[in-house]
Design a protein around this ligand. Structure first.
Ligand code: CDP
Ligand code: MG
Length: 737
């Protein structure tokens, strides 16, 4: 059964890049140092003159492409995309020849695993094929999940364009806090989190005729939970087609999980990619990126560059540095288009990354690992991979969750390299040594479900009536401690009773697409008579993008502007203050500009706030505002975030209240020089150490009021709320702005 669906030719050529061990021993490991474009004397001279430092690479191995493509190895990168019509482009995708076979396979089987190289057309084409084949008749919807919001939005825009319809009509998308669909929508892209929540209102997914769980290999928490939920549904909704689509990883595992569902393999087309490593570790990888980009630009033939960075901050830093260097080099270089891609990228800027590069110019895309598999940008020939990604990690022993930059896995590194070989033979420059690749990187990335806090997932599952989580059908079960801890947290928050059943409060909390702590904070605000204010704070915290703008050349002005917003009590109240002042300015763009506030983030906060208020009304919360005492607001926050409490200990350090872990106030915080005895934080971010971001001063006795079953008076001794004398002259630790 399984073999039947696998198309015959070509697949063997398409082996995963490394048959590791043997390759490393036999392969040249040539010490041929790559000094960009040594052949091209003129360029080399210019380049030597222009750049004071350089990064030296050593070629180590080559990721094979397919035999068929190897013949064309020396043909120049095709710059054909711009000239192709939409129809031609669609027909040129690797998936196209398999259109009819694929539709037939979907008709023949209820569950199908689809495996294909990234960029082969799975995400954009399969829903269209299904639509054309009539799967959206009788007002049914073809659904397709994406782990990332930017991918959901941009893919929907692309498909709407291909189908020549307006986005939001026949083709739409839904992400948290944003629904761009209508009653006409037949193809709906959504984040996996959004579908997870849709189960609450439509447990049998009755609106859908097909559900595609796409980018399954990313193994996000929501995707993993969806596996169990959709598998269950197919048993009683025999008319629902289920497709699990993934890059060339894990297909067999998915097949086994879905009762040996057949695998449909789409043969990829890949060109070989030469891999280069640095001779020695790079101390500053952003600087190394900038230098490498310029080296490529000055000396390498046509082809765009893709750089993998860990987040918006890094991308912006890199962009600024690059722009500055390019400016200094003046007209000596041809045009370089620098385009960022990250999760909160505004939609007008998302479209730009896909526009074809003008002749003679070169495009540099600075992306997070969103470009690893979720988004395919055409004409990438060079990849620069510093080897890091931002990850949310959860310590189930301490219950501490923290965002940190970690080394990627070998599987990720190879996906990244593969992005260089889609249109022509490519080159991948790894900003780490061959030894580090071999000895320091894990083989695979650990699925999210095994390393993050499950509070939110458990709450949603409980709200779906799934009580026995230990026996839930997980592809890979979460660690038992993590599950227990999530249950304990929800119990302490009052969402579950001692039998582990959802309480009335828990049911209301589940109505909000928010972390349980934030949902609890919102609901608690009613009793503290400050629900309007807390809704604003929740919206400001949810925006997740920077509120304060801090351009490198105006840091002093920007920091002064920020300080003007500080109010006693801490960062949550400062965020509230920013929002209120903006509201008083009539939501003015100019006001934002003058005060170094990011207008985009504020607009988003306003949208989020509107939706939160809508949901608050749905759970019949009373909307109240206008209290003059900030204590109530801070108590409401504490009612949600009593887990995130730290106390001042000797030497001006903070320790978490329950587990005595050392944490520090983030230098950007309004309380950085204040050192209150007790405070709560919104989140922890690990850079040089564990930093608490968004902190608020609290009184320890409030903890007994809001979480009496979690804190005992003894744990909170020394609760005199006297402030420590101000400490002056504390410097900003490196790497934390
Ligand atoms: O899902 P898969 O990785 O197999 O491929 P895809 O995302 O469907 O990409 C197919 C083609 O659509 C690629 O050539 C992309 O560059 C293009 N695409 C685009 O032009 N704009 C988007 N927003 C998304 C994809
Ligand atoms: Mg895709």
């Amino acid at each position: 059964e399984k073999g039947k669906l696998e198309p015959e030719p070509e697949t063997q050529d398409n082996e995963p890049p490394q048959s590791e061990q043997s390759k490393w021993e036999s392969d040249q490991m040539s010490s041929a140092v790559f000094r960009f474009g040594a052949k091209d004397r003129k360029a080399q001279q210019d380049y030597d003159l222009l750049l004071e430092d350089e990064v030296e690479f050593v070629q180590a191995l080559r990721m094979p492409g397919s035999e068929k493509d190897r013949k064309h190895e020396h043909s120049p990168p095709p710059q054909v995309k711009a000239l192709q019509t939409i129809q031609e482009t669609k027909k040129s995708l690797p998936i196209y020849p398999f259109r009819n076979d694929l539709i037939q396979a979907i008709k023949d089987h209820q569950v199908l695993i689809i495996e294909g190289e990234t960029g082969s057309g799975k995400t954009t084409q399969i829903p269209q094929y299904l639509y054309e084949a009539g799967f959206a008749e009788n007002n049914k919807i073809i659904g397709c999940t994406q782990p990332r919001r930017v991918a959901a939005m941009s893919v929907a825009a692309r498909v709407a364009h291909e189908m020549a319809v307006k986005l939001g009509n026949e083709v739409g998308y839904a992400i948290r806090f944003e629904d761009c669909t209508s009653h006409r929508t037949r193809i709906k892209y959504m984040t996996d989190g959004t579908l997870h929540r849709e189960f609450l209102s439509e447990p049998d997914l009755a609106s859908y005729s097909v559900m595609i769980i796409d980018e399954a290999h990313e193994r996000t928490l929501h995707t993993d939970i969806l596996f169990g939920l959709v598998k269950d549904i197919t048993r009683f909704r025999t008319d629902l087609k289920l497709l699990i689509s993934s890059a060339t990883l894990d297909a067999t595992k998915f097949s086994e999980f879905f009762d040996d569902a057949p695998i449909f393999r789409i043969p990829g087309r890949r060109f070989p990619v030469d891999i280069y490593y640095t001779k020695a570790p790079e101390a500053d990888y952003i600087d190394a990126c900038v230098v490498s980009i310029l080296q490529i630009h000055a000396t390498q033939p046509h082809g765009d560059v893709l750089v993998f960075l860990t987040g918006q901050d890094e991308i912006e830093t890199c962009q600024e540095m690059l722009q500055e260097r390019v400016r200094r080099l003046g007209s000596k270089l041809s045009e370089l288009l620098i385009l960022p891609v990250y999760a909160n990228l505004p939609s007008d800027m998302q479209a730009k990354i896909f526009q074809p590069t003008p002749p003679r110019a070169r495009k540099v895309v600075l992306a997070t690992n969103i470009a690893e598999t979720s988004l395919t940008i055409d004409n990438i020939v060079y990849v620069i991979d510093p080897g890091f990604a931002k990850q949310n990690n959860f310590n189930s022993r301490t219950g501490m969750e923290s965002l940190m930059v970690v080394p990627i896995s070998k599987a990720s590194a190879n996906q990244r390299a593969g992005r260089a070989g889609r249109v022509a033979p490519g080159k991948c420059f790894r900003l780490y040594t061959a030894w580090a690749y071999q000895h320091e990187l894990e083989d695979n990335t650990v699925p999210e479900i095994q390393r993050i806090n499950l509070g939110n997932a458990v709450l949603t599952l409980k709200a779906l009536g799934i009580n026995d989580l230990v026996h839930f059908d997980f592809l890979d079960p979460p660690p038992h401690e993590t599950l227990v801890l999530a249950l304990e947290q929800l119990y302490a928050l009052g969402a579950l009773n001692h039998r582990g059943e959802l309480t009335k409060l828990g049911r209301r909390m589940a109505e909000f697409p928010l972390d349980p702590m934030m949902a609890k904070m919102l609901l608690a605000s009613e009793q503290y008579r400050c629900s309007e204010e807390v809704a604003t704070i929740a919206a400001m915290l949810s925006v997740n993008g920077a509120i304060f703008y801090r351009p490198k050349d105006k840091i002093i002005h920007a920091d002064t502007a920020r300080k003007n917003f500080h109010v006693p009590g801490g960062d949550h109240l400062t965020l509230l203050n920013v929002y209120n002042q903006w509201q008083q300015s009539d939501f003015s763009t100019h006001w934002c500009y003058e005060n170094f506030i990011q207008h985009r983030s504020m607009k988003r906060a306003r949208d989020v706030r509107e939706q939160l208020v809508g949901l608050m009304q749905r759970v019949e919360m009373e909307l109240v505002s206008g209290i003059t005492e900030t204590m109530n607001i801070r108590k409401a926050i504490t009612a949600g975030y009593f887990y995130h409490v730290a106390r001042l200990s000797k030497g001006g350090h903070y320790k978490t209240a329950k587990h005595n872990q050392t944490v520090s106030i983030h230098p950007n915080s309004s309380l950085f020089q204040e050192l209150p005895r007790w405070l709560l934080y919104h989140e922890l971010v690990f850079t040089t150490k564990e930093f608490m971001r968004q902190v608020t001063e609290i009184e320890s006795k409030w903890l007994l009021e809001v979480a009496p079953h979690y804190y005992k008076p003894k744990e909170l001794e020394d609760s005199t709320n006297k402030k420590m004398p101000k400490v002056t002259g504390r410097s900003r630790p490196d790497g934390t702005n």
